[in-house]
Design a protein around this ligand. Structure first.
Ligand code: SF4
Ligand code: SF4
Length: 132
């Protein structure tokens, strides 16, 4: 199967997640603090398919610090469409509540890689952006 088909399936997964987030009443104030990884003691991991999808819809950014996601500018995310599952599933006010959802969607993401014959490589976004 080609990448476009896999990207379409990934977009559907993201849409389904949005619906589940609304149903569960999970909320994020959008302050952007968690995009400062060191300050927040948080590492954003992502997979090959997600990384390729991100680059298919957003410009490639080069990290300039291990602390900050390069897609954050003026405390706003410039990669809303392509941001990985890890960003979509993080709710600092409801980490326990979102834990089950996170497991469920990472399982779905792994299945999606298998279905499309894409190797499961799961590593920090900054590493993907530095090394490709
Ligand atoms: S999850 Fe929390 S820290 Fe991150 S943007 Fe939302 S409110 Fe801010
Ligand atoms: S992609 Fe967007 S939401 Fe995710 S860490 Fe970067 S700036 Fe934050």
């Amino acid at each position: 199967m080609d990448r476009e088909t896999a990207f379409a399936a990934l977009k559907t997964l993201y849409k389904d997640l949005e619906c589940d987030i609304v149903t569960l009443g999970l909320d994020c104030a959008g302050c952007g603090r968690c995009c400062h990884f060191e300050e927040f003691d948080h590492i954003l991991f992502t997979t090959r398919l997600e990384y390729e999808y991100l680059l298919s819809v957003e410009k490639k950014m080069t990290p300039d610090s291990p602390d900050r996601c390069p897609y954050q500018v003026n405390e706003k995310c410039l990669a809303r469409e392509g941001r990985p599952l890890g960003c979509r599933l993080f709710f600092c006010q409801a980490e326990k509540k979102s834990e089950e959802l996170s497991e469920q969607y990472h399982r779905k993401l792994r299945e999606l890689h298998e279905l499309h014959g894409i190797e499961w490589v799961y590593r920090p976004l900054l590493e993907w952006l530095e090394r490709g």
